[in-house]
Design a protein around this ligand. Sequence first.
Ligand code: TYD
Ligand code: MG
Length: 452
Amino acid sequence: MSKTKTTYFCQNCGTQHAKWVGQCSNCKEWNTVVEEVVQKEEKRNWKSPSNAQKIVAKPLKIQEIELNTEERIITKNNELDTVLGGGLVKGSVVLLGGEPGIGKSTLLLQIALQITEKVLYVSGEESQSQIKMRAERLANINSNCLVLTETNTQQIFRNVEEVEPEVLVIDSIQTLYTNNIEASPGSISQIKETSAELIKFAKETNTPVLLIGHINKEGNIAGPKILEHMVDVVLQFEGDRNHTYRILRSQKNRFGSTAELGIYEMLSDGLREVTNPSEILISKKDTDLSGTAIASTLEGVRPLMIEIQALVSTAVYGTPQRSTTGYNLKRLHMILAVLEKRAGFKLGAKDVFLNVTGGIYIDDPAIDLAVVAAILSSNQDIAINPDVCFAAEVGLAGEIRPVPKIDQRIVEAEKLGYKTFVTSKYNKITSKKHSIKLILVGKIEEAFATLF
Ligand code: TYD
Ligand code: MG
């Protein structure tokens, strides 16, 4: 029996320390370092007798390797299937992270109830009757879903042997503990150990495992970073709790692209898949209010039309205020500076508020031109025609820069009934047959000349 060894882990970021410290040297949090029991590792190098066995796996030339496509289980939840790259790969381990109350348990329970395969839903957080209550709010109940309240992995595996599920769901990894080590549930070593056991189980039995993970103050999945390296897929469920929309993003996917994205709406009877996100993100299409502009953005590989709202007003207090929701504040400062310097708009003494509707954060620089349009529309108090949409990046010299995947954006705008599309003249537009009117501009001044 190996001797037990203890070490110190930060419970916030998972950093290991040689001795106890008051403040974690990595994440700078106070009082998060805790002593944990870890099993003494056996020293073994590649020459040791235990490794000098018969060879099991042999290296092969890349041409000799046979390609066997992974088998996938279709979850019947289109958004999730897309984000996973075409369904749940057998034997894969998927980690789903997100803020408390965002709907992780709801999403996975809903999937467990929809799927035709036999599912074992293990919860360490809610009792069977609580889960039943939640399930009753959700539609279509599948008789193939079994629910278990358990936190001990050995017990879970005993049950798994008995029911032989085709999909295993764990809510959440932080509540589990294994008898093999002494640390308390939720501690770094327990998370590491229990997830290693689950990963081993998934690989050996070819059963997919869906894990829910809590996130820490920085928005990362609580526990060791190594957890994210160990699993096959890391998904993040995000959104603003005050809004009903939720976004499922993939941060890592060994079986598909991480550019895919799923959108849901949280309703009283569970999460509804949003198949045409553009329509819901645009509040009122036919009002002629100043200060709004429609941007064509790409979220992952999917084009999305969003509404940008700006409010420009004379600053009542000394220092003008600038604030944004869903857009980078530094980028707004840059755009305001470009407008002052290159286009002669005096915005220095004005308050500027900017909002991306729908409560989602947009990273795509292609919304710059719509931001500019919304600001100027509010400043001049002239409404922009609601049939117009924008897609271009604004450079420091006031130049209108091209954006990737322009054809896709144009097609999406056209499909949704927009009549005019304003973009950079430097774009390489390949498909020529558009019924939508294209306005191609090279400088910020040209864009306004056509608009106001
Ligand atoms: P939950 O899945 O428990 O969140 P998480 O597991 O991420 O902590 O979701 C909690 C919220 O979702 C809760 O505030 C209530 C709401 N909700 C609905 O709006 N509709 C529903 O059908 C369900 C089940 C929950
Ligand atoms: Mg939950």
